[in-house]
Design a protein around this ligand. Structure first.
Ligand code: NAP
Length: 340
C-alpha cells in the first residue's frame, strides 16, 4: 500500500521533493499537486497525479492521505491549519510560519487535535554526520557541551531576491534548530555582530556573526556568509568539558594534478544534504502512514521563528534580544532529544 501524497508548491524544492517521492523512495505516491501557478503545477505533476485548482481542494480531497507543503512561508499557516482541520499528516518546509503568533495558532490547533500531525523540514537532523555528532555528545564521554561553533556558508544568493533580513530570518533557522537539537537546549537570547561587509554581495548585509545564548549557559556562535564564492560549506564543532567533537569534512574523491591536491566542495544545499532529505522523507512516510508525525515538530518551528525574530531585533538594537518561549505543550515532549 502506497501513501497517497499531495504536494503544494511546485517551485524549486517542491520539484526536488516530487522527484525524490516518485523516483527515490518507496511506499509513497504523488497523487496530487497544487501551485498558485497552475501551469507550473501541471508541468511538475507526475503521470497520474491530479492537478488541483487550489491547495484547499488538494487538502480536502479524499484521494490525498498526507500533504507536503513547499509553497512560500507566508502561505504556510493557512495550509497547515487546513491540514490539521482535515486530520491529515503534513510535512512543511521551513519556515514553519513567518510570525510567533502564527506558530502559536498552529500549535493550538495541533494540540486541540490531540496528536502530532506536523513535521517541519529541518533536514540536518537526518544527516548521518550530524546524527553521529549528537550521539557522541549524548554519550557523555566528553562531558557537558559548553560551546558550539556553527558555520553556514553559501556560494551566492539570488541578487535582488535575497534581502539583508534573510540571513537572519531564512538562513539562520537551520543553525538555530541544529544547535537546539545537538545540545538538547533552548535559545534564551540572541546577539548579532556585523563584521566588515563583503564586497561580493554589493549592498547586501553579509556576513553576520550571531551568538545564541542557551538555557544551560552554553554559547553558540554562528557564522553566516552567503556570498562566499567557493561553494556550500557547512561546519560544526562542539567544545565539551574534556574534548571536541566536530562534523567531518565530506568524503570526496581526492584529485591530484598540476593545481595541487584537492577535494570538490558541494555546490549547494541540494548536493550537501541529498541523503538527509531522502532520510527525512523516509521517516515522514512511515509516521504519516500511521496518521501521525515524528521528527522536528511545530514547537521546533516555533523556536526557530522566535530566534529569527530576536536576531532581527538584535541587529536593529545592537543589544542582546531575549526569548521567552512560554510553556511547552505536553504533546511536544519534555526535552529536546533525538530527531525521531
Ligand atoms: P519557490 O521556487 O519560489 O517555489 C515556491 C512555489 O510555491 C512557487 O511555485 C510559488 O508560486 C508557489 N506558491 C506561492 N504561494 C503559494 C500558495 N499560496 N499556494 C500554492 N502555491 C504557492 O521556492 P522554494 O525555493 O521551492 O522554497 C519553498 C519553501 O521551501 C520555502 O518555504 C523555503 O524556505 C523552503 N526551502 C527549504 C529548504 C531546506 O533546506 N529545507 C531549501 C530551499 C527552500 P509563485 O512563484 O508564482 O509565487
Amino acid at each position: 500500500m502506497s501513501l497517497k501524497v499531495g504536494v503544494i508548491g511546485t517551485g524549486m524544492i517542491g520539484q526536488d521533493h516530487i522527484r525524490r517521492l516518485t523516483k527515490v523512495l518507496s511506499g509513497v505516491e504523488v497523487a496530487g499537486v497544487a501551485d498558485i501557478d497552475a501551469t507550473r503545477a501541471a508541468a511538475a505533476a507526475p503521470a497520474g497525479a491530479e492537478v488541483f485548482a487550489t491547495p484547499q481542494d488538494l487538502i480536502r480531497s479524499p484521494k490525498i492521505e498526507a500533504v507536503v507543503i513547499c509553497s512560500w512561508g507566508p502561505a504556510h499557516e493557512e495550509q497547515l491549519l487546513d491540514c490539521i482541520a482535515a486530520g491529515k499528516p503534513v510535512f512543511c518546509e521551513k519556515p514553519l510560519v513567518t510570525s510567533a503568533e502564527a506558530a502559536r495558532r498552529v500549535m493550538e490547533a495541533e494540540v486541540a487535535h490531540g496528536k502530532r500531525l506536523v513535521q517541519v523540514g529541518f533536514m540536518r537532523r537526518f544527516d548521518a554526520d550530524y546524527r553521529r555528532l549528537k550521539a557522541v555528545i549524548d554519550g557523555g564521554t566528553l562531558g557537558l557541551p559548553l560551546m558550539y561553533k556553527s558555520v553556514h556558508r553559501n556560494a551566492s544568493v539570488p541578487v535582488g531576491l535575497y534581502t539583508s533580513e534573510m540571513p537572519l530570518n531564512d538562513t539562520l533557522v537551520h543553525d538555530a534548530d541544529i544547535s537546539r537539537w545537538l545540545l538538547g537546549d533552548e535559545v534564551t537570547g540572541v546577539e548579532v555582530r556585523l563584521p566588515r561587509r563583503s564586497r561580493q554581495g554589493g549592498e547586501l548585509r553579509d556576513p553576520h556573526m550571531v551568538l545564541l545564548h542557551m538555557a544551560s549557559g552554553a554559547l553558540v556562535d554562528v557564522e553566516i556568509s552567503v556570498n562566499i564564492a567557493y561553494g556550500y560549506d557547512i561546519r560544526g564543532e562542539v567544545s565539551c568539558e574534556t574534548g571536541i567533537a566536530a562534523l567531518p569534512n565530506r568524503p570526496a574523491t581526492v584529485i591530484t594534478d598540476a593545481h595541487g591536491i584537492r577535494q570538490a566542495i558541494p555546490e549547494d544545499w541540494r548536493e550537501r544534504f541529498i541523503e538527509a532529505y531522502d532520510q527525512e522523507f523516509r521517516e515522514w512516510i512511515v509516521a504519516a502512514g500511521q496518521g501521525t508525525a515524528t521528527g522536528p515538530s511545530t514547537w521546533d518551528g516555533y523556536a526557530a521563528t522566535l530566534v529569527a525574530d530576536a536576531a532581527l531585533e538584535a541587529v536593529a538594537s545592537g543589544q542582546l534580544a531575549r526569548i521567552d518561549m512560554g510553556d511547552k505543550p505536553a504533546l511536544y515532549g519534555q526535552a529536546l532529544d533525538r530527531a525521531a
